[in-house]
Design a protein around this ligand. Structure first.
Ligand SMILES: Cc1cc2nc3c(=O)[nH]c(=O)nc-3n(C[C@H](O)[C@H](O)[C@H](O)COP(=O)(O)O)c2cc1C
Length: 361
């Protein structure tokens, strides 16, 4: 079976799938559930110098994703230090402690959490153009701890610039992306903004942000030499593998663990193993950064007609419905679809519409 272990700094992780800061790691008990669910490390919910007061309702499922108005932990740091971190450490997994948000707050907390932490993850949730607050947070943490310090970035910044500034400031790793926003949902019955925050705005996560997260990781990996951890919309082995192909060392999962429970970490790991075994990959180092090596530097204009694997085609017709060029039809004789090579524009959409891998480019 493929070996999914990864080395992050001096930490040996049995697999690269860990929770992202959020409700699935809201306390020590949840950390144990994440371990049971198959996570390779624990990341704890971001804490700050005082407990957060979170406007309610604070979470909702939306089309293609999820919106939340959550802040940092609703537990005070004293509770984490006395009960939750010691419990999390008892999982036996490396514990990456989430800290926020200003450099002053981070300086105040970093040394106190260090005894429990294998590494720190600084969540700045900063959306401006000037990386100074991010740089100052990293410096504040590096001044007071000897463990690796990672910084988590929003996708709404200039990623190469921020990632490079973080590396120069001494960050040992970059985590991206944080949720995206602000965004809005409306309760159809009451006609009111659904979430309890001021204006009802929240932050988008889940499936919808995966392509943005993947591109952000791809971009960051090109900009820095320190490890990059991918997060955002990961719910399957395929998603996690794409992140590794973009160059991520490991991945984090939040929304999918909220929706499906902590067993999702193990499910992702098993799906990764299965793909790797089927494709003859023995370790993640064989695929890490593959998309960087194979990236195109110029646009490609060649028209590639999809190939059909007739045995796999069920005739379900999904590809026919969404072929805007009217180039796919059902053949009653062959009981499969057929592609009209003259009409086919080579757009490639049908390949992603097929649920049976009957079409490929
Ligand atoms: C309900 C909720 C709470 C979150 N809380 C935090 C947090 O405390 N600190 C943080 O850095 N990110 C937090 N996040 C962001 C996630 O860690 C993650 O970066 C983002 O949701 C994208 O990943 P996902 O699509 O797997 O959820 C939170 C996300 C959600 C949905």
């Amino acid at each position: 079976m493929a070996d999914l272990s990864v080395r992050l700094f001096d930490l040996e992780l049995k697999n690269p799938v860990m929770p992202a800061a959020g409700p699935p790691v809201k306390d020590g008990r949840a950390a144990h559930a994440a371990k049971e669910g198959g996570a390779g490390a624990i990341v704890t919910k971001t804490i700050s110098v005082r407990a957060a007061r979170v406007p309610k309702p604070n979470m909702t499922r939306v089309k293609g994703g999820f919106i939340n108005t959550e802040l940092w932990s609703e537990l005070p740091p004293e509770r984490w230090l006395a009960e939750e971190y010691p419990k999390a450490v008892k999982t036996g997994l490396p514990v990456i402690v989430g800290l926020g948000y200003t450099s002053k707050e981070i300086r105040e907390l970093a040394g106190r959490v260090e005894p429990f932490a294998a590494a720190l993850e600084l969540s700045t949730h900063y959306l401006g153009n000037d990386p100074t607050p991010v740089v100052e947070s990293i410096r504040a943490a590096k001044d007071v701890v000897d463990i690796p310090v990672m910084v988590k970035l929003s996708p709404q910044v200039d990623i190469p610039r921020f990632a490079s500034a973080a590396e120069e400031a001494g960050a040992d790793g970059i985590v991206l992306i944080n949720s995206l926003g602000p965004v809005l949902d409306i309760d159809l019955e009451t006609g009111r903004p659904l979430l309890g925050s001021e204006q009802g705005y929240g932050w988008l996560s889940g499936d919808a942000i995966f392509p943005l997260a993947l591109k952000s990781v791809f971009e960051a990996v090109q900009s820095v030499d320190i490890p990059v951890i991918g997060v955002g919309g990961i719910s399957s082995g395929a998603d996690a593998l794409k992140m590794i192909m973009a160059g991520a060392v490991a991945v984090q999962v939040c929304t999918a663990a909220i929706i499906n429970g902590p067993s999702v970490y193990g499910k992702i790991v098993r799906e990764m193993e299965q793909f790797m075994d089927e494709h003859g990959y023995r370790s993640l180092s064989e695929i890490r950064g593959m998309a960087q090596k194979r990236r195109r530097d110029t646009a490609s204009y060649a028209r590639i007609i999809p190939e059909l694997v007739e045995d796999k085609c069920t005739g379900c017709g999904l590809c026919i419905t969404s072929c805007v060029y009217d180039a796919i039809h059902f053949s009653r004789d062959r009981k499969t679809v057929i592609i009209d090579e003259v009409r086919c524009a080579g757009c490639g959409l049908c390949v992603s519409r097929c649920n049976f891998a009957a079409l490929y480019l």
